[in-house]
Design a binder for this molecule. Structure first.
Ligand SMILES: *[C@@H]1O[C@H](CO)[C@@H](O)[C@H](O)[C@H]1NC(C)=O
Ligand SMILES: *[C@@H]1O[C@H](CO)[C@@H](O)[C@H](O)[C@H]1NC(C)=O
Ligand SMILES: *[C@@H]1O[C@H](CO)[C@@H](O)[C@H](O)[C@H]1NC(C)=O
Ligand SMILES: *[C@@H]1O[C@H](CO)[C@@H](O)[C@H](O)[C@H]1NC(C)=O
Length: 369
């Protein structure tokens, strides 16, 4: 009996020690932070030339990685959202919010956003009530960072991401961010209105066989939301047998790293010397950074997968579109519509859709030698 109790107390003591050793501080003191939502509020437009999306008042936080800035913003007095804003004043006129911690659960003045020594990232009211957290206490976190692609991460000592904001999107996908059928994240949800930051009626959802844009019929809700298919993102086409199908050419990865796609099939591998048969190896050669080391070749009647979702820049001259791409090392090519003089810069080429529209051009960077 005594032996048994001492075994129990030995286990208990070991447990105490092991839990003690787990819960000691692991985030170095200089990597912890504690920001308070207080002080001067900036106006929606600091200059006449730009405005933050929804024209809120806001407080920028020190956490900043060009062009991403963490801020507390409010469109309703004393109801703040902690959010990441994208954009540089000189390149854009409306700076969008691309990620939010607490939609539908606003915080008040003096709320705090902090990374404690235990590695948990917490948004809390001034009285300590937790509004949002990453639940990463004692999971090996050693620091927080906003990466240059807009992903906010909590890293462990090996550089692995213990938590990343790309796994909890709000209503925006950044380049490199994805929705996943397996394991999620599955969806983006729209915002109710400019002033009311709660979930809105639209959501963009990935399902095993399609991407869907859904719309709630809110007046009829009985025992939970009902959803209805409003539209799919892919254009529908009719085949020879009169069957309707969705055009897979609009899936960025349909033709791998690079390929021409028509009627859901990969039909060609464009090169500076013409279009060859498509294969999995079809790719562009790295153009390098030096403008005198690359040139462009032209493809007529093609669209980039992003063109359906963004209006592009412009109107501008093709030469201006080209020099934008030339000056930008990461630009792999640009897309230009001559009818409306619109310009799209592409950092990834992937699947180009063939279109009947002869005013749509692509110019692909290629090394000269
Ligand atoms: C904290 O200190 C370490 C070691 O000196 C340094 O490598 C790291 O960059 C510092 N972190 C910050 C956020 O200043
Ligand atoms: C925020 O905290 C400061 C400092 O404690 C205090 O002076 C101020 O009144 C607080 N603001 C509000 C709105 O509670
Ligand atoms: C760019 O390439 C040209 C021609 O090859 C060369 O003369 C020039 O020095 C290069 N510039 C830089 C910055 O490497
Ligand atoms: C070509 O694209 C423009 C928009 O860029 C559109 O207005 C026009 O109808 C299209 N033409 C054809 C033949 O599809």
């Amino acid at each position: 009996m005594t032996a048994y109790s001492s075994l129990v107390s030995f286990i208990f003591i070991s447990f105490l020690f092991s839990s003690f050793s787990i819960s000691i501080a692991i985030v170095p003191a200089n990597e912890t932070f504690h920001y308070v939502n207080e002080g001067e509020l900036r106006l929606g437009s600091d200059y006449l030339t730009f405005v933050s999306e929804y024209a809120p008042t806001y407080r920028p936080l020190p956490a900043f990685t060009f062009p991403f800035q963490l801020c507390f913003y409010n469109t309703t007095p004393n109801a703040y959202t902690l959010a990441l804003r994208m954009g540089a004043v000189r390149t854009q006129t409306v700076l969008p919010w691309v990620w939010e911690a607490n939609r539908g659960k606003p915080v008040r003045e003096n709320a705090t956003f902090s990374l404690g020594s235990d590695g948990n990232l917490i948004l809390a009211e001034a009285n300590g009530q937790i509004v949002w957290q990453t639940n990463t206490a004692n999971k090996g976190v050693v620091g927080f960072a906003i990466l240059s692609d807009g992903n906010m991460v909590l890293r462990d000592s090996k550089g692995n991401f213990v938590w990343q904001s790309f796994d909890s999107p709000t209503d925006t996908l950044l380049i490199g961010q994805s929705l996943r059928v397996k394991g999620g994240p599955y969806k983006l949800v729209s915002r109710e209105s400019e002033t009311n930051n709660v979930d809105g009626v639209y959501s963009f959802v990935i399902e095993p066989k399609r991407l869907a844009l859904l719309y709630t019929y809110r007046a009829n809700v009985r025992g939970g939301a009902t959803w209805s298919l409003l539209n799919t993102l892919f254009d529908k086409r009719e085949n020879d047998n009169g069957m309707i199908f969705e055009d897979e050419c609009q899936l960025p990865n349909r033709c791998g790293k690079f390929g021409l796609c028509e009627d859901s099939q990969c039909v060609g591998c464009p090169t500076p010397n013409g279009v060859f048969a498509w294969s999995k190896d079809c790719d562009t050669k790295p153009p390098g950074c030096n403008a005198s080391g690359f040139k462009y070749y032209e493809l007529k009647g093609v669209n980039h997968f992003t063109i359906k979702y963004t209006g592009g820049n412009g109107p501008m001259k093709r030469s201006d579109c080209e020099s934008k791409c030339t000056k930008d090392c990461k630009c792999m090519g640009y897309f230009y519509h001559t009818d409306r003089s619109r310009c799209w810069i592409a950092y990834e080429l992937k699947t180009l859709s063939r279109v009947a529209n002869s005013t749509h051009y692509a110019y692909i960077k290629t090394p000269i030698s």
